[in-house]
Design a binder for this molecule. Structure first.
Ligand code: URA
Length: 223
């Protein structure tokens, strides 16, 4: 667990409640609900994705679709579960048709993410894909250039280790990317300064067992 004071747990919950009615941008009109974030509010490890998709918008939770299932498998590889980490997105509301976030939407939403990070006080923030990586690094370098390269940065007045990773949704359909993502993921225990023992991944679920990805990732024991 992070050193986040216990009062921050309540503060985070209260902040989430206050964001539920957010109308700072146009996405408020098309959403079912705000997807604030979920997981351990005192986690050492926080993931930041892009934006809610169809299932996330319906359920009110981040990463509950196919990309989320892959994220859970990758976590299992390093001995962690969803409940050990905190998961959030750059945007808290679903863009129509899952289009890319627009600059003004990111600007309107970013203080919600910064406040989450400030309250959770994670040791490592793993950014998933380009949008989270560019926002939190403050640099325009794309994920292909910077994945797997940790960098110390300051967010919410605290030093955190930023660790860019490929987005699981992109890796789902590109076996070579999936292998890189799994290899980058395997460094997380080291970055967290712990010696977490990898545990066996849960049995493959048919919907995730994409033939090409299966073959490419077998040596990593991903499926
Ligand atoms: N992709 C994301 O970036 N976030 C989610 O919550 C789900 C899919």
């Amino acid at each position: 667990m992070s050193a986040a004071p216990v009062e921050h747990v309540d503060e985070l919950e209260a902040y989430g409640d206050s964001v539920a009615g957010c109308v700072r941008c146009r996405l408020a009109r098309g959403r079912t609900q705000v997807v604030f974030g979920s997981g351990n509010p005192q986690a050492d490890l926080m993931f930041v994705g892009e934006a809610p998709g169809f299932h996330e918008d319906k359920q009110g939770l981040p990463f509950v679709g196919q990309a989320g299932k892959l994220l859970e498998k990758l976590l299992a590889q390093i001995g962690l579960q969803r409940s050990d980490v905190y998961i959030a997105n750059v945007l808290k509301c679903r863009p129509p048709g899952n289009r890319n976030p627009q600059d003004d939407e990111i600007e309107a939403c970013e203080s919600h993410l910064f406040r989450q990070i400030e309250l959770i006080q994670p040791v490592v923030v793993a950014t998933l894909g380009n949008f989270a990586t560019k926002l939190l690094s403050g640099r325009p370098l794309g994920i292909t250039r910077v994945h797997g390269q940790e960098q110390q940065t300051t967010i919410g007045g605290r030093s955190v280790l930023l660790y860019p990773l490929y987005h699981p949704a992109a890796a789902l359909y590109t076996p070579s990317m999936l292998n890189i993502l799994a290899a980058d993921f395997a460094r997380l225990p080291e970055l967290l300064g712990s010696s977490l023992e990898p545990v066996a991944a849960p049995a493959a679920e048919p919907e995730l067992t994409l033939v090409a990805a299966h073959a490419a990732s077998e040596q990593l024991g991903l499926f």
